[in-house]
Design a protein. Structure first.
Length: 214
């Protein structure tokens, strides 16, 4: 079997999610750089892998896949190593529920409307949209409170080992906390801070760290 290939970018939240799943399974992989913001656009070769022009895409032994949730579930099932999903149906369903919350409600507000507006826009000489940030923080607080209400006892969201739900959340929280308002919101919750400290200490987080975190 050949090493899987992740087509994406080291600045991408969703590429990092896939990489974290591979790191947790201790699977060697290749990262092939794909810059979705390149001036020349995406290559026809990449669009044949991902016709919607998003990252990441994935290949393993000739099997091609896109959509982060599908990739991480494949990684968990296809390779040996620690399981990344709970065994019980209830907690398995809860993990999927948290992933859906993160994709549907959290990603846009935490990353684009708070981190990008507060951190990236000024770095590029622009002026943050304060109304956008304020509205996003309301949504972010709802997301954080809702996920916290779904957490079970243990070191991670659903027990004493990280699941795909934890892996999905970590890259989003890593950027959100770099905005002062985001960090302040996280600091209001002991549970979230304890979770972040444990998750952030994992080897895969260090290996895949975003440049702004360094």
């Amino acid at each position: 079997m050949t090493d899987p290939i992740v087509y994406g970018a080291d600045y991408s939240v969703y590429t990092r999610i896939v990489r974290l799943a591979l790191e947790e399974k201790r699977i060697p992989y290749q990262l092939e750089d794909v810059d979705v913001f390149a001036e020349d656009g995406l290559s026809p070769e990449y669009l044949s892998r991902q016709p919607f022009g998003k990252i990441p895409a994935f290949e393993h032994d000739g099997f091609q896949l896109f959509e982060t949730g599908a990739i991480t579930r494949y990684v968990d099932e296809a390779f040996e190593g620690p399981s990344l999903m709970p065994e019980s149906l209830e907690l398995w369903s809860r993990a999927n529920q948290i992933i859906s919350i993160l994709d549907s409600y959290a990603y846009r507000s935490l990353v684009w409307d708070v981190f990008v507006e507060r951190v990236r826009v000024p770095e590029k000489g622009g002026t943050p949209d304060e109304d956008k940030i304020a509205a996003a923080l309301v949504q972010a607080e709802t997301c954080l409170n809702t996920i916290e209400s779904l957490m079970h006892e243990g070191s991670y969201f659903l027990g004493n080992f990280p699941t795909l739900a934890d892996i999905h959340a970590a890259p989003m929280i890593a950027l959100f906390r770099l905005a002062p308002e985001g960090n302040e919101l996280l600091l209001r919750s002991v549970r979230w801070i304890e979770w972040w400290n444990r998750m952030n200490d994992r080897p895969g987080m260090e290996i895949t760290r975003f440049t702004p975190e360094k």
